[in-house]
Ligand binder design. Structure first.
Ligand SMILES: Cc1ncc(COP(=O)(O)O)c(C=O)c1O
Length: 416
């Protein structure tokens, strides 16, 4: 397309804007302190790895982690589990829907969200996203009118969905709301944590989340009976569910439900609990990085940043912006050019990429015809196709953030 003499772009053979690797978790850049290591070693040396052994709830790492989560997030109950996917499924299972119910979820999310709905025995029904890549509330109404029995809303790439509007609408239809807050652990709207607006909040502690234990997750809810059912489904058998309650447990028959072994183990809980101490530091770094980059990129014409639903209603662990009017091929080239400049970037709509954040690649749900899938959800197809996705690790320094801005400024004019 261009020569390096014309553009100086690294993708055309010119010098890159930066030479160090872009920091992300999969290059080993995880936050771990000596206190975290000591907590894991202590748990390993205890030789007690199962959360439901002879000890009381308070004596277990998992029980302590749950109590602290509930306190920190301002929820009545927390249940640690094996992943974000199982947390979403447990919410839907505990919600008591008829098997095979239609469940609304946004078309811009990670494939795990519709997968979790399927795992719980239901059918995902995709809802369009708006230009900010948030669940479109008007389209959600359409899906509810067509009979959806629950809503799974996603705070995709850390940006809060419009929870007050979604909860109000779901309330009118009498359907439960599950927040997939996996990408937004620690983010808030105002003073209130994402994951505490709906009936359930589902989180992950998988790598690259604000609490990173490799794999893991947790569920928040204020409903004691639903919580009791979720603990049973997660594998609290033979009255072990009772340990989760300080007083009399709710009248839930633990033999009435299947048990799925979606529990969290003690070693992982010890690490997660230790990491919780430093969560505020990490969240502050995410906000610092995002705000720095967004402020600089906001001044560049041709870059459309997402507008948050409220001031600072995002986590800041990822930067997603749109190149409005650019074709999927142009966006794919733009992402390749940024990578060549030393900044990890992906075009979400790259037709040659098996990106599982692009709904037309969810063949398990939409079938093999990607064009037909895009035609069924034209607005989300367009907005996702125009989106560039860049990970903003909390490990980024202000200089790394400047490099990102330099790289975008360098590459953008060549887009034409
Ligand atoms: C939006 C979203 N939901 C759910 C999940 C699943 O979380 P886990 O990998 O812990 O199952 C992910 C994973 O990254 C995600 O991004």
């Amino acid at each position: 397309m261009f020569t390096s003499e014309e553009t100086g772009l690294a993708v055309e053979g010119g010098p890159a804007a930066r030479t160090e690797p872009w920091p992300t978790y999969d290059k080993g850049d995880v936050f771990i302190s000596p206190e975290d290591e000591a907590a894991v070693i202590k748990a390993v040396r205890s030789r007690l790895y199962f959360r439901y052994d002879h000890r009381s709830y308070e004596e277990t790492c998992t029980g302590r982690f749950e109590r602290r989560l509930a306190e920190r997030f301002g929820a009545r109950h927390a249940l640690a589990c094996s992943s974000g996917t199982t947390a979403i499924s447990l919410a839907l299972l505990a919600g008591g829907l008829e098997p095979g119910s239609p469940v609304a979820c946004p078309a811009f999310t990670f494939a795990a969200t519709p997968s979790a709905i399927i795992l719980a025995g239901h059918t995902p029904v995709l809802v369009e996203c708006d230009a900010d890549l948030h669940m479109d509330v008007a389209d959600l109404k359409r899906v509810l009118d067509e009979g959806a029995k629950a809503v799974v809303v996603v705070h995709m790439r850390g940006f809060a969905s419009d929870m007050p509007a979604i909860c109000e609408l779901a309330g009118e239809y009498g359907v439960p709301v599950v927040e997939d807050a996996v990408p937004a652990l620690g983010a808030r709207i105002g003073d209130r944590h994402l994951g505490t607006f709906g009936d359930f909040g589902a989180f992950s502690t998988q790598s690259d989340k604000s609490l990173n234990t490799g794999e893991g997750g947790f569920l928040l809810t204020d409903d004691p009976e639903a919580y009791a059912r979720a603990t049973v489904f997660s594998g609290a058998y033979e009255d072990r569910m009772n340990r989760h309650f300080e007083g009399t447990p709710p009248p839930v028959d633990d033999l009435a439900y299947p048990i799925f072994s979606f529990r969290m183990d003690e070693i992982r809980a010890a690490l997660a609990d230790a990491l919780l101490d430093r969560l505020p530091d990490r969240l502050a770094l995410h906000h610092r990085n995002y705000e720095h980059v967004a402020q600089c990129l906001g001044e560049i014409s041709g870059i459309t940043l997402r507008t948050p639903v409220a001031p600072r209603a995002y986590l800041g662990e990822a930067l997603v912006f749109r190149l409005e009017g650019a074709s999927p091929e142009q966006c794919a080239w733009f992402a390749r050019a940024l990578c060549a400049e030393g900044v990890d970037a992906r075009a979400l709509g790259d037709r040659g990429d098996k990106n599982v954040r692009s709904f037309w690649n969810w063949r398990f749900l939409v079938g093999p015809d990607a064009d037909a899938a895009r035609a069924a959800l034209p607005r989300t197809a367009r907005y996702v196709s125009e989106a560039i996705d860049i990970p903003l690790s909390a490990n980024l320094t202000p200089r790394d953030c400047d490099d990102l801005v330099t790289a975008v400024r360098k590459v953008l004019p060549a887009l034409g």
